[in-house]
Write a protein that binds this ligand. Structure first.
Ligand code: NAD
Length: 471
């Protein structure tokens, strides 16, 4: 049975005039229809957000916090339903889908603990000068298909806390859980404060060029991020861009092979590798390369790929056909070039669903496409390195600069390496941990600005300095 959903515009659930089909990537069956937002509906959403901004921006911050607390609770109370929808549209296993939904609830709650306090910047005989943070206005938020629920809340929560209102658009591939949240919050949120719209390829550009939107908060690929920046430049909209990555994991010779094998595997393969901060290039010191690559391969052979709704599935399908074809093309390129495979690479089973078997490559060259490009799929290239200086240079030789990780028992040595990596985040002996209290953002072509933490919250505001002359 398919489900027909509505958008949230100005506090009302609004049906589509035309609809877009949503597929389950594990079955390729249509599971729902969502509205293809018209220009007129987008205008209505933006107008509603502009009107709501006048009162919401003046609403005491404690009331804004309380509303976010209610939204957080509603998401948590409906976690099982949202989990099933998220697995059906995105593909990830139920356990990970539940983790994402509960994570979205938790992060919404945690963000309410942030504070943008006024600062006195001069208190002298001549003057009293203070800097306050003023909400920017209407935020246009655009979300990708890999973590639709948590990434939406990572934008909605700080926008609302800062006093902004928001028009948010999930990816057309994964709109359903987000529209269910729209339904769940429709009666809680004042009209116009949160508007959730869905549409096809023209909706994102219509938002980034809309004169009624003051700031764009975008998460997606670097290629699209550049288009967003170009479009936003027309009227100098403020932008935050969270883009792609090609994170290096560096394994030093003293690492515990067995322990690290499993952790590195999941650093790369969680969500079928479709994570901006997945470990996408694994550099292993030559002293332990053979042992660790064998241990990773052993572990990889035991992991079940399948429909995320089936019990025991650890890795689901690729979320959509275009990405599936891209990952297969990268695997084919590696085969054509004769790079050795430790696991996978045998070819695709004839079955519905965008499934790619776990694939591990054995020391492909640095200029292989699978190393140089962001694979965003379940393919892990393992590479050998000899010296720390060499591996730092190889890790940094990328246009991306999102995150990276170092694996060793010598954390001082790891910190010294971390300080030389050109990335927004470096993890030592773990990955994928994002804190609501720390800024997350990419260096180089991985992004512009940051989300989360005080820094992320501040991006929904501008600083206003008020100076009073004394005497
Ligand atoms: P994408 O860039 O194709 O799409 C992202 C969103 O942008 C979608 O909602 C899409 O509809 C919309 N969009 C498409 N064209 C647009 C345009 N011209 N103007 C405005 N919006 C437009 O990305 P994707 O394939 O959905 O997601 C995968 C990418 O996202 C990967 O590169 C991944 O690394 C990145 N990502 C980054 C982060 C991060 O925080 N840095 C997090 C998750 C994903």
């Amino acid at each position: 049975m398919t489900m027909t959903q509505k958008m949230l515009i100005n506090g009302e659930l609004v049906a589509g005039e035309a609809m877009i089909d949503v597929l389950n990537p594990a079955t390729e069956q249509v599971i729902g229809q969502v509205p293809d937002c018209t220009v007129e509906q987008l205008n209505r959403a933006v107008d509603a957000a502009r009107r709501a901004f006048k009162t919401w921006s003046k609403t005491p911050v404690e009331e804004r916090r309380a509303l976010l607390g209610q939204i957080s609770a509603v998401i948590k109370d409906n976690a099982d339903e949202l989990m099933r929808m998220l697995t059906a549209e995105q593909g990830k296993p139920h356990g990970q889908a539940k983790g994402e939904v509960l994570g979205a609830s938790a992060i919404t709650g945690a963000i309410t603990m942030l504070n943008l306090e006024e600062k006195v910047t001069e208190d002298s005989e001549q003057r009293l000068s203070r800097t306050r943070r003023v909400p920017i206005g209407v935020v246009g938020a655009i979300v990708p298909w890999n973590f639709p629920v948590i990434l939406a809340m990572q934008k909605i929560a700080p926008a609302l806390l800062s006093g902004c209102t928001i028009v948010i658009k999930p990816s057309p591939f994964t709109p359903m859980a987000t529209l269910r949240i729209a339904e769940l919050i429709a009666d809680i949120v004042p009209p116009g404060v949160v508007n959730i719209i869905t549409g096809g390829d023209s909706l994102g550009p219509a938002m980034t060029s809309h004169p009624g939107i003051d700031k764009v908060s975008f998460t997606g690929s670097t290629a699209t991020g550049k288009r967003v920046m170009e479009s936003a430049s027309k009227d100098l909209k403020r932008i935050t861009l969270e883009l792609g990555g090609n994170d290096a994991a560096i394994v030093l010779p003293d690492a515990d092979v067995k322990d690290v094998a499993e952790k590195l595997f999941w650093a790369s393969f969680t969500n079928a590798g479709q994570i901006c901060v997945a470990a996408k290039r694994i550099y292993i010191h030559e002293d332990i390369y053979d042992d660790l690559s064998a241990a990773i391969a052993d572990y990889a052979r035991g992991v079940k790929v399948g429909d995320g709704a089936d019990q025991g599935t650890a890795i689901g399908p690729i979320q959509n056909k275009a990405q599936y074809d891209r990952v297969l093309d990268l695997i084919q390129d590696a085969k054509d070039k004769g790079y050795p495979f430790l696991v996978g690479g045998e070819g695709q089973a004839e079955m519905p669903g965008y499934f790619i078997p776990v694939t591990v490559l054995d020391n492909p060259p640095e200029d292989a496409r699978i190393v140089a490009e962001e694979q965003f799929g379940p393919v892990m290239p393992l590479m050998k390195f000899g010296s720390v200086a060499e591996v730092i240079e190889r890790a940094n030789a990328s246009d991306y600069g999102l995150a990276g990780s170092i694996w060793t028992q010598d954390t001082d040595a790891a910190v010294a390496i971390a300080e030389q990596l050109e990335t927004g985040t470096v993890w030592i002996n773990e990955t994928l941990h994002l804190s609501p209290f720390a800024p997350f953002g990419g260096h180089k072509q991985s992004g512009f600005g940051a989300e989360l933490g005080q820094e992320g919250l501040a991006e929904f505001t501008y600083p206003q300095v008020i100076t009073v002359r004394r005497g």
